[in-house]
Design a protein around this ligand. Structure first.
Ligand SMILES: C[S@@+](CC[C@H](N)C(=O)[O-])C[C@H]1O[C@@H](n2cnc3c(N)ncnc32)[C@H](O)[C@@H]1O
Length: 373
């Protein structure tokens, strides 16, 4: 059985130096970048349904400022749209979903502070809204049938529900030796297992959301993909390859056991546009209303759109911090806490070296879907 993501994946909680809340600027940029697509989708839902109360869910909300950006962005759109249509603003029911290990407490504790800030900024009232936490995997049902008007999910769907079962050897011989994700040295059977796991997971995701969406419902999904055709290539293979390189160097120095690296594989998959479209089509329940790709620099603090690296060492450090906030719990569980600082400082150096050769960027996909009528 592949390792279930529910048991291992969560971002680093709290608000400390290594927390996700402090190191989520990369994902924050995507929320701003996709704002107009979200706006259009929410306005359309509102116009079609004219709900007295509107039900919205953010899937994989994590914790920290981004969670609240999404909540208040949507509330703001709903408020504005109702005014435009000359109606009084509906009440909004906001469901925040993530895996059970997520730091839901920190969301609830900071909610009031964010709400006050927003009210001050707007200098007036905001529509009444109610926030509920929903623990569980979005690869399955989370809500009653036909109960949600709008689904949003940002930077989540590249996480699989589990490490693909075919990646683990049942003969004791590691199949993906020296890698933690698919790479040019992965055998075809490993690549195929990853692809099939992605297809199964995204299918389940779409089927579950279809059941839960009410008439006229829509969703906007933002996730990492790849721009190359072949699966064992592309930007994310490079990114995880540099982390594998750091682990393998630690194996050579006797700090990490080789068997552990060989047996470790990330429950992650960066699909191509064609792969995404193929699943949507084979599921057949949604129309693809919009699709956009934008590029985001690996270094979350680098907002430039050129191919110039200002300081590759600082960029390397920034990339390492942002990656660490996401996968520290998974690494810790497999290799122990003692390797973390060493591993991520090696990783920062590998990234710095890589960036000198090529300023690689994340391809970020955003799709807007509406249910087929
Ligand atoms: C990188 S964070 C993005 C958080 C937030 N949406 C943002 O934009 O900053 C990805 C989140 O997806 C959650 N996640 C991954 N797989 C999930 C699943 N199967 N069900 C629910 N949440 C999941 C993770 O726990 C994590 O909090």
């Amino acid at each position: 059985m592949g390792m279930k993501v529910e048991q291992v994946l969560h971002m680093v909680g709290g608000a400390g130096e290594t927390s996700y809340a402090t190191n989520s600027r990369l994902q924050e940029k995507a929320i701003f970048e996709t704002k107009s697509i979200v706006e259009e989708a929410v306005r359309e839902v509102y116009k079609t349904v004219l709900p007295e109360s509107m039900v919205v869910a953010d899937l994989g909300c994590s914790s920290g400022p981004n969670t609240f950006h999404v909540v208040f962005e949507v509330i703001d759109i709903v408020d504005d749209q109702s005014r435009r249509l000359g109606r009084s603003p509906p009440e909004v029911q906001f469901f925040l979903n993530d895996l059970p290990g997520n730091d839901f407490n920190s969301i609830f504790q900071s909610l009031e502070g964010y709400e006050e800030k927003l009210k001050e900024e707007k200098g007036g009232g905001i529509p009444p809204f109610y926030v509920v936490g929903v623990p569980g995997s979005f690869y399955g049902r989370l809500f009653p049938a036909r109960s949600v008007h709008f689904f949003h999910s940002s930077y989540c769907l590249m996480w699989l529900s589990q490490v693909p079962p075919g990646v683990e050897s049942n003969t004791g011989v590691p199949l993906n030796e020296g890698n933690i994700y698919i790479s040019e040295t992965s055998p075809p059977v490993v690549v195929k297992s990853y692809q099939e796991q992605y297809q199964r997971d995204f299918t389940t995701f779409l089927e579950s959301r279809f059941e839960e969406l009410s008439f006229g419902g829509r969703m906007v999904l933002t996730f990492l993909g790849r721009t190359t055709e072949r699966a064992p290539s592309g930007e994310l293979c490079q990114l995880w390859g540099l982390l594998a390189e750091a682990l393998n160097a630690m194996v050579l120095e006797g700090i990490v056991e080789k068997e552990k690296v060989d047996a470790f594989n990330l429950p992650f998959y960066a699909p191509s546009i064609e792969e995404v479209k193929a699943v949507i089509q084979s599921v057949g329940l949604f129309d693809l209303d919009q699709m956009q790709i934008f590029k985001s620099n690996w270094d979350p603090l680098d907002d430039s759109s050129d191919d110039y690296i200002y300081d590759n060492f600082i960029s390397g450090e920034n990339v390492a911090k942002s990656t660490r906030a996401v996968i520290e719990p998974v690494i810790m569980r497999n290799f122990g806490e003692h390797i973390l600082d060493d591993l991520f400082s090696r990783y920062a150096k590998n990234v710095a070296k890589h960036l000198l050769k090529e300023k690689t960027k994340y391809p970020v996909f955003v799709i807007a879907l509406k249910t087929k009528m």
